[in-house]
Design a protein around this ligand. Structure first.
Ligand SMILES: [Zn+2]
Length: 344
């Protein structure tokens, strides 16, 4: 990847690797409160955001996404920090830019579902438009290369984000949430909704969040067939299945509710995510990443599955050097290994 190229030029050259999941990862690290999930960390512990950006960059991410997810007026009002709205949005872009410059990555502004949109109430469209306009206005002011509008439950809300992005003169990547079996919450088949977004001029359309690799891939194949523009796929790294197609629908014996605080037993391994990256590339997906739950070890495995050597590859596994599993072991090590291999 060459510095100075925009998202369109990079897509023309091959797969662009994304990496998200900032909110979940920083919650796990103790910097974001689960529940409201507002990225207060941007102002309260900027070093933690910078570090996670850098970890994703070293793992091979081509895009640093500004952590402005849920940093919109409605959400900040809920936690009593509405006065920090502008500072939080501006500083998030600065942090992303600062780290992107360390590795020639692009910077994406970010907006998401607002929970303020109601297709039955036209007045809410104006509320959403105002929130996106102020957030993305600050993002453009600070300097972003394109905008990611994501986790859109409603096509109508996604179209507002697309229009605001276009008015600002930036390329738009617009991805839908897919919590329901077949349609957006305003009743559009996911594939048809992506086609409408493409027809309205989105540079990239697709899906993010909610579904794991296994249950996102079949939808992606249909989206790929339906549109001519670039397609994005950022699943959650959880082992969803046809019976439990989204992370919200996962159930486990003895656990009251798996989502969002008890998802770990369903985590995809790095190998699962590497396999996903290869499968998505083979389908013709152009922007391949990860959403809530994603972590740098998975992103590195995805980058390497795409044939890349990235800065963190320096510390990629070398199991031949493991004291027991490696090749240099003698009889003592063989005895240890034999003990490890005894099933309970
Ligand atoms: Zn997500």
């Amino acid at each position: 990847m060459t510095a100075g190229q925009g998202i369109e030029q990079r897509l023309a050259q091959g797969v662009v690797l994304g990496a998200e999941g900032y909110v979940f990862e920083l919650e796990r690290r103790g910097y974001i409160k689960a529940g409201p999930y507002v990225p207060e960390v941007v102002l309260d512990f900027p070093g933690a955001v910078r570090e996670l950006h850098r970890e994703f960059l070293r793992a091979g991410a081509d895009v640093m996404v500004a952590l402005t997810y849920y940093a919109h007026r409605e959400k900040l009002r809920h936690i009593g920090r509405e006065n920090d709205l502008e500072a939080m949005n501006r500083h998030a872009v600065r942090l992303a830019r600062e780290v992107a410059q360390e590795g020639g990555a692009l910077v994406a502004g970010n907006v998401c579902n607002t929970w303020a949109y109601d297709p039955a109430d036209p007045a809410t469209s104006a509320t959403v438009r105002a929130q996106y306009t102020e957030q993305l206005g600050w993002a453009v002011d600070e300097g972003v290369d394109f905008v990611i509008s994501e986790t859109n439950d409603y096509l109508g809300e996604a179209l507002i984000a697309l229009e605001v992005t276009q008015e600002l003169g930036l390329p738009a990547m617009v991805t839908l949430a897919s919590t329901q079996p077949d349609t957006t919450r305003d009743g559009y088949d996911y594939v048809a909704a992506c086609r409408i977004l493409a027809d309205h001029g989105a540079t990239i359309v697709g899906l993010n969040c909610d579904r794991g690799p296994v249950t996102m891939l079949p939808l992606l194949a249909r989206i790929r067939d339906a549109v001519d523009c670039a397609v994005a796929a950022q699943p959650v790294p959880y082992r969803t299945s046809p019976a439990m197609p989204t992370m919200e629908s996962l159930r486990a014996d003895g656990v009251d509710r798996v989502f969002p605080l008890a998802l770990e037993p369903f985590s995809c391994t790095r190998f699962d995510m590497a396999a996903f990256a290869g499968a998505a590339r083979d389908l013709g997906v152009n922007y391949i990443g990860v959403c809530c739950g994603g972590a740098p070890h998975q992103v590195r495995a995805m980058a390497e599955a795409l044939g890349r050597e990235v800065p963190a590859s320096k510390y990629a596994p070398a199991m031949e050097l493991h004291p027991i599993l490696g090749i240099a072991g003698g009889a003592a090590e063989a005895n240890v290994l034999a003990a490890w291999n005894v099933a309970g």
